[in-house]
Design a protein around this ligand. Structure first.
Ligand code: NAD
Length: 503
């Protein structure tokens, strides 16, 4: 069946799904625990599967940003003074409250950005897991941290304070996860926040705020403004903001870094990626095929850390091309509300145009499209792109260097393993990566030579207990783990005499 035939009649189902949701056309921000009604320019929420508008939110102006930051500042002192164990208990309660909202949250996510329900139905569980992992790190705040003082009777107690009011700015590809990854450590640390979701995905995040309210997190600790880049810019530069945590594209990350540099404002940046999977000669290609979509094309290729460059040595090159082509060709493309769909639409019309532009560039550069490569719109209205596998890609090709952020994978031949490592390290990014090989010790040695923030052996997934962050153009700082919590704390070293000693 063709994609167009599969999708005919999809509009009615999508309209009915939208009509079942509590948040569609919203005319407020969430400030100080209240839905503050406003008359502002409105921003449309578009269903990427149909191209139809189903929701709207207001675009915050500087006065709204100011009100949200003020509410956070007002709430900060009491929340910062709340015992860490009580904050951790609130995170645990919030995790349960998020799980109770899983269905509506996941469906809203799918209608916002086209993420197939097979993925978005896990968004609440994933958020709950992140909240629980950070709650479990509360010892880090409670355990006295006493350091020796060289050569004497002194010691230093390292105390930690919440960094203050944090601006949390998120992209559209994982609108829940990429907020919670910031919100959970900020709340545990005792910070108050203002969240600014991406304009295509401003509604699903409201379920997080509802869950926080149900969990008893005080009004004003979490505030929400919706809007565009100008709203984000006003938030980044607001004098009442103490720290910025941003996930998004590298060009916007650079602008935020420049603003924060000028203001001497701490900033965490999780940016773009162009990660590689190195296939060693002894790789188990059946295992690789089973995890290929998750590791290399997750969320219709709109995931920052996926390994969209597959690098293979001559022994296995043809087998790898055949396996990747067969795996991608067999993955169903279609309605993201269908639980069997693997590839949905991309999130926005401009993203579709950008991905199609990359496919055209690949064809112009002489890469061989072994699957897809079709740049005609497969469906009227929806933002679908035919999944595409390019073989015989050279490291200097634009499709081997630029983040495509769509269902496009590139396969690059390497002379040998050393050449494969050099190709993997030959981009300006450094976020994820995978080494496929049966000999895990040999794969580990190769992994250690990849210049990247995270790398998996025979699979890739981030671990909420371990730092996740990018090197080079992929970002600054890390999220997750104790290191991710530290990003929301400022230390104070108190030098004193050791017990029984003299200062
Ligand atoms: P984007 O950079 O266009 O926008 C991200 C957010 O920043 C949005 O909320 C946007 O409104 C806001 N924004 C835009 N201009 C701003 C400005 N001048 N000041 C402050 N805020 C501003 O990114 P996107 O298109 O929404 O998301 C896709 C990108 O995100 C990809 O490059 C992807 O790799 C990256 N990403 C990175 C990670 C990671 O962890 N490294 C994770 C997911 C996505």
């Amino acid at each position: 069946m063709t994609l167009a035939a599969t999708l005919s009649g999809l509009r009615d189902a999508h309209r009915a799904a939208a009509a079942s949701l509590p948040y569609t056309r919203v005319e407020s921000f969430r400030i100080g625990g209240e839905d503050v009604a406003v008359r502002r320019r409105s921003s449309a929420v578009i269903d990427p599967a149909t191209g139809e508008q189903w929701g709207a939110v207001p675009v915050a102006e500087p006065a709204d940003v100011d009100a949200a930051v003020s509410a956070a500042r007002t709430a900060l002192a009491d929340w910062a003074a709340t015992a860490p164990a009580a904050r951790a208990a609130a995170l645990q309660r919030m995790a349960e409250a998020v799980e109770r909202r899983a269905d509506a949250l996941g469906l809203t996510n799918t209608l916002e950005n086209g993420t197939p329900v097979s993925e978005s139905s896990g968004a609440a569980a994933n958020a709950a897991s992140i909240l629980r992992v950070f709650a479990s790190l509360v010892d880090h705040l409670e355990r006295p941290d006493v350091r020796p003082f060289p050569g004497g009777d002194r010691e230093t107690l390292v105390a930690r304070d919440p960094i203050g009011v944090c601006a949390l700015i998120a992209p559209w590809n994982f609108p829940i996860n990429l907020v919670v990854i910031k919100l959970a450590p900020a709340l545990l640390a005792g910070c108050a926040v203002v969240i600014k979701p991406a304009s295509p995905t401003p509604l699903s995040v409201r379920f997080l705020l509802d869950a926080a309210t149900e969990a008893g997190i005080p009004a004003g600790v979490i505030n929400l403004v919706t809007g565009d880049g100008a709203t984000g810019d006003a938030l980044v530069r607001h004098p009442g903001v103490d720290k910025v945590a941003f996930t998004g594209s590298t060009p916007v990350g650079r602008r935020i870094a420049a603003a924060c540099g000028e203001l001497l404002r701490p900033v965490t940046l999780e940016l773009g990626g162009k990660s590689s999977a190195i296939v060693l000669p002894d790789a188990d290609l059946d295992l690789m095929s089973a995890g290929l979509i998750r590791s290399c094309l997750r969320n219709t290729g709109q995931t920052c850390y996926i390994s969209t460059r597959i690098i293979a040595t001559p022994e296995r090159y043809d087998d790898v091309v055949d396996m990747v082509a067969a795996t991608v060709a067999a993955a169903p493309v279609g309605d993201p509300l269908d639980p069997t769909t693997v590839f949905g639409p991309v999130a926005t019309a401009s993203q579709r145009d950008s991905v199609v532009g990359h496919i055209r560039a690949g064809l112009r550069e002489g890469a061989r499209a072994v699957v897809g490569g079709d740049v005609a719109a497969p469906v009227d209205g929806g933002f679908f792109v035919a999944p595409t596998v390019f073989a015989d890609v050279r490291p200097h090709h634009a499709i081997a260097q630029e983040e495509i952020f769509g269902p496009v994978i590139t396969i690059l031949p390497a002379r040998d393993v050393d050449d494969a490592i050099a190709i993997a390290n030959g981009t300006r990014f450094g976020l994820g990566g995978i080494v496929f090989g049966r000999d895990e010790d040999a794969a580990f040695e190769v992994a250690r030579r990849i210049d990247t923030g995270s790398v998996g052996i025979n699979f890739f997934a981030s671990n909420h207990y371990a730092p996740f962050g990018g090197r080079h153009d992929s970002g600054l700082g890390v999220e997750y783990g104790i290191e991710g919590l530290e990003a929301y704390l400022v230390p104070q070293s108190i030098h004193r005499a050791r017990p029984g000693g003299r200062p």
